[in-house]
Design a protein around this ligand. Structure first.
Ligand code: ADP
Length: 487
């Protein structure tokens, strides 16, 4: 068994990938396919579930072939874009409508009505989540109200998030969801075992259409022999951000990771304590193993790498994202320039959807290097504020692990360490989402007794950035940032 590889299916928003891992955590190979995006109306985002299945299967087959056949694969781990909803027919296994993607805002009215009816506090207490179209429940209700085939499906209706859909297709009819994905639907109470009848009634989602909630690692059945020549057991499942947290080895309370991509997703391990935020962070299930639940608090910054894209595409100040590192280093400081990067409002912990961006402190001496540096610094300022919110909610950070496209920038990683006053660690292989799914599959397959043991064997080498900034410079930056926020 220790000879066996692990096949990870990483089903994302813009592409789906299959990756082959050795049991020691080495990533051996990868196949990737783009996914079609449909925008039928402003604020609507849809996917074709059949396409996602076909492309995921095609990528998986390439990796199985690469491994030398299905008997070289010990187990499959799946990780996926969270909250996206698929409706399909239990008898035919065919989708009944396009999938509604997590970014889709069409159910804003339904959420507002629930808020006006005074439901938010109770929903947040039970699920850890605010009332927002982001989560799956109102999307499911929308399909039941508006998609003719879903309306008419009756007992044949199956609902699920992406991992449910893929497991159903892979196994030929097993209907499960893992607890981390289920916790993003808003239909599972954080401290409950299964679906919450009260929440299903509130959102109008029939419980009989939902999958059974499973652990994040274990024996979930096997693939149909038709797909890969012989059955391969499915052993690990997790939503992408939870998988990344696991793949970063944030397995103890207070350990935190930030994925610095277009936006920044920050999760902090909360241990066994059911998280309750008073700072509008989200409480979420990190993983469930042998029925035992570990939780996380989550906060998102909307504008991270997209600010760099804006500097490049809208302002023309840079030609590549990588250039920002040398530019930031080319000046001693930002020359007094400060940036509030509220290009899409401000996310956690400020939650000011109507805020707009500011560039302050411009003088005759300001150069593009100063502006670029101020832009990079603004990410550290936002992460600093998020750290404060997590601490106020009872999970102060001991360190921060970073991944995502922007984490390749050494200057940013060092600046974050400086502003946080904490070590910032970056793994050599920043594919932490897939690594987390591989670790879960390895544990589910009995290769390791725990996630800690899996991380010890499969974790990637870390580069550490230690704080090294005079306290007065840090204080001056923070006071400038706070002036900008409060003006
Ligand atoms: P996503 O998964 O959200 O598509 P990625 O993790 O691929 O994003 O990261 C891409 C983002 O990171 C882009 O917005 C890009 O501007 C930014 N980025 C990539 N490399 C760098 C770099 N060296 N310095 C700063 N930003 C970068």
């Amino acid at each position: 068994m220790s000879e066996g590889h692990i096949l990870v299916l990483d089903e994302g928003t813009t592409s789906t990938r299959a990756m082959l891992y050795a049991p020691d955590g080495r990533r051996l190979d990868m196949a990737q396919a783009e996914l079609s995006q449909y925008y039928p109306q402003s604020g609507w985002v849809e996917h074709e579930a059949a396409e996602i299945w076909e492309r995921t299967l095609a990528c998986a087959r390439r990796m199985v072939e690469q491994a030398g056949g299905a008997d070289r694969i010990a187990a499959i781990g799946i990780t996926n874009q969270r909250e996206t909803v698929v409706a399909w027919d239990r008898h035919t296994g065919e989708p009944l409508a396009r999938a509604i993607v997590w970014q889709d805002r069409r159910t804003a009215g339904h959420c507002a009505a629930l808020r006006d009816a005074g439901e938010e506090a109770a929903v947040q207490r039970r699920t850890g989540l605010v009332l927002d179209p982001y989560f799956s429940a109102t999307k499911m209700r929308w399909l039941l109200d508006h998609a003719p085939a879903v309306k008419e499906a009756g007992d044949a209706l199956a609902l699920g998030t992406m991992e449910s859909w893929l497991v159903w297709k892979l196994t030929g009819g097993l209907h499960i969801s893992d607890a981390s994905n289920a916790s993003r639907t808003q239909l599972m109470a954080l401290d409950g075992e299964g679906w919450d009848q009260g929440l299903c009634d509130l959102f109008g989602v029939p419980l009989r259409a939902l999958p059974e909630i499973a652990d994040n690692a274990g024996a979930f059945g096997a693939t149909l022999p038709a797909w890969f020549g012989r059955p391969i057991p499915i052993r690990g499942l997790a939503g992408d951000q939870q998988a990344a947290t696991i793949g970063q080895g944030c397995l103890k309370p207070g350990e935190a990771k930030a994925t610095l991509g277009t936006g920044a997703f920050v999760l902090t391990n909360r241990g066994q304590a059911v998280p309750a935020s008073t700072h509008r962070l989200l409480g979420t299930l990190l993983y469930r193993l042998s029925g035992q639940r570990t939780y996380a608090l989550e906060g998102s910054i909307f504008v991270a790498g997209s600010l760099i894209q804006w500097l490049r595409d809208q302002l023309g100040l840079i030609t590549t994202a990588e250039e920002t590192e040398a530019l930031a280093r080319s000046v001693a400081d930002s020359g007094g320039v400060m940036m509030l990067p509220a290009l899409a409002g401000l996310g956690a912990p400020h939650w000011r959807p109507d805020a707009t961006g500011v560039i302050a402190g411009l003088t005759q001496g300001t150069t593009r290097a100063h502006i670029v540096r101020a832009a990079l610094e603004s990410l550290s300022h936002q992460i600093h504020d998020l750290a404060g919110a997590f601490a106020a909610d009872g999970v102060g950070w001991h360190m921060l692990r970073v991944d995502g496209g922007m984490s390749a920038n050494d200057w940013i990683a060092q600046d974050m360490a400086n502003m946080l006053g904490l070590p910032v660690d970056r793994p050599a292989d920043v594919e932490t989402t897939a690594r987390g799914a591989a670790m879960l599959a390895a544990v589910g397959h009995g290769l390791f007794p725990s996630l800690e043991a899996a991380f010890a064997a499969m974790g990637s080498q870390l580069t550490r950035f230690s704080p090294a900034m005079p306290v007065e410079i840090r204080a001056a930056r923070l006071s400038g940032w706070n002036r900008l926020l409060n003006q």
